[in-house]
Design a protein around this ligand. Structure first.
Ligand code: ADP
Length: 479
């Protein structure tokens, strides 16, 4: 996986973007705040200076006589009209491009600020404000020229006072701040980015380990587990994967067991058929011997066909979760039919078959499947109950379910075997049940069918006393 497609990259990118915004926003804010404050204080100082100059007695004549003292870097101008001409007085000879509009506004009584550049290229912040002279002065030649004394003294009624100061100090301070930010922000981002990559790499290292380990665990070696080192989210991920691998291991194990059991089950009757036919064909036989042989072969073929039928119905049950062909099935009717079918079998074996409490419960289900389910339970009860015993069938509703019980007074099941009897091919007494033509699949088929109907099977059994199988099925309307 390339770095660009990794979480590390995306995480670092996001982290840097957020951090970049978090750093840039206050930096820009600080820059503008400082700039505003500095320019505001410059404007305030210009206003203050203008008031000071306005308060100087005979300010105009002291400028005209060259006695006015400007402060360092300061520019002071007086503009006024004399004989319809706009003239100016300045203590120093520098040209300041103050707009005539600004001057006119000041003469007519309106103060304004502006930023201008002198002919020497110095940036100035200028303030133009109305000025009322209280003296007569010598009039200079014309605006733009230096005063050319001697000249007649005139009385000026209104003038404009323009005070300017260089912005260089402010610009320098702002430039310094800008340089500091331009270096500090990228350096901080680079350091944070490096740190971020390091931290993410550290935090995600266990994910790489888990991925590698999970990749190395193959179907054949599902016994391996991922090491759970922490109790955090990654620890939980590792435990969840381990649980999944454990379930897979179990499922594969069950499948392997099933395959070997199934082939074993099919191989036995095949071996019998092979041996029987080979033996019979070795020499000439009487008709009775041939009949005997063929009967054995037919029996074994029937066993194989039964096993294959059962395997097929299990495979179908495995693939069809929730059959669509469900219909309303009356349990009383179904169990009644089954009992009368099995009546003869019971009588032959000297067993009493009783339909005890029978409720007219209706379930939604596959009629044929339910028939197979109860047939398997009743068949077992008949098989494992000795002559003189009793089999009792009952059905009663319990809440939203119906419970069908099949009890017998038969051999019972040892406690150690009880947890396994629903497993495929599991038989308590292997030799005996084989001889009785059983495959060990009946109960697992029954359980599958019950589960397919949203129900379950429970068993209670006591050795030599009997067994009770209870089938829980949801009543119609609940499926
Ligand atoms: P089988 O075809 O061998 O009967 P099942 O899956 O139906 O296979 O049953 C599994 C095993 O459970 C049987 O081999 C038997 O030992 C035991 N078993 C099932 N039902 C009963 C019962 N009613 N009484 C005693 N043992 C039973």
């Amino acid at each position: 996986m390339s770095f660009i497609h990794s979480i590390k990259f995306k995480f670092t990118l996001w982290y840097l973007a957020v951090l970049g915004i978090a750093l840039a926003a206050p930096s820009v804010g600080a820059y503008y705040y400082l700039s505003n404050t500095l320019y505001q204080s410059l404007d305030d100082s210009l206003e203050l200076r203008a008031t000071q100059i306005s308060n100087i007695r005979e300010a105009l004549s002291s400028v005209a006589e060259g006695q006015f003292q400007e402060e360092l870097g300061e520019v002071v101008y007086f503009y006024f009209y004399a004989e319809d001409q706009l003239l100016y007085l300045a203590p120093r000879d520098i040209s300041v491009p103050v707009s005539s509009e600004m001057v006119e506004q000041a003469i007519t009584g309106q103060s304004t600020f502006a930023t201008v550049e002198t002919s020497e290229g110095v940036e100035l912040r200028v303030f133009a404000t109305p000025f009322t002279p209280s003296e007569t002065i010598m009039v200079p030649a014309a605006a733009g020229d230096m005063p050319s004394p001697p000249a007649p003294r005139v009385n000026i009624e209104s003038a404009a006072l323009v005070v300017g100061r260089p912005t260089e100090g402010i610009k320098q301070a702002l430039d310094r701040l800008l340089h500091t930010l331009m270096i500090a922000v990228p350096v901080t981002l680079a350091a944070a980015g490096g740190g971020g990559v390091f931290l993410v790499r550290r935090a995600l290292k266990p994910v790489d380990e888990i991925t590698q380990k999970a990749r190395s665990i193959e179907e054949r070696d599902l016994s391996q587990r991922i090491e759970v080192k922490t109790r955090d989210e990654l620890g939980r991920l590792a435990s969840t994967l381990n649980d999944m691998i454990a379930r897979l291991e179990k499922a594969f194990g069950r499948q392997r067991q099933f395959t070997s059991d199934a082939s074993h089950e099919l191989r036995t009757p095949l071996a019998v058929i092979e041996a029987e036919s080979t033996l019979t064909l070795q020499r000439k036989r009487t008709v009775a011997e041939y009949r005997q042989s063929l009967t054995t072969i037919a029996q074994e073929a029937a066993r194989m066909s039964l096993i294959i039928d059962q395997l097929l119905s299990l495979a179908r049950a495995d693939s069809e979760k929730g059959s669509p062909s469900f219909e309303a099935v009356s349990l009383g009717e179904l169990l009644g039919e089954l009992s009368s079918d099995l009546e003869v079998l019971c009588r032959n074996k000297g067993l009493e078959l009783e339909l005890a409490q029978m409720d007219d419960s209706v379930v939604k289900g596959d009629r044929l499947g339910l028939r197979v389910l109860f047939m398997n339970l009743l068949d077992n009860a008949i098989k494992y109950t000795p002559s003189g015993g009793k089999i009792s069938v009952s059905a009663r509703p319990e809440g939203e379910m119906v419970v069908v019980s099949v009890s017998d007074t038969g051999s019972g099941i040892p406690a150690a075997d009880l947890p396994h009897i629903f497993e495929r091919f599991y038989r308590v007494d292997k030799a005996r049940s084989r001889a009785e033509g059983s495959s060990g699949l009946g109960l697992s088929i029954a359980q599958h069918i019950a589960e397919m109907h949203g129900g379950r099977i429970e068993v209670e059994s006591e050795l030599d006393k009997g067994s009770t199988f209870r089938v829980w099925l949801p009543l119609a309307g609940e499926v």
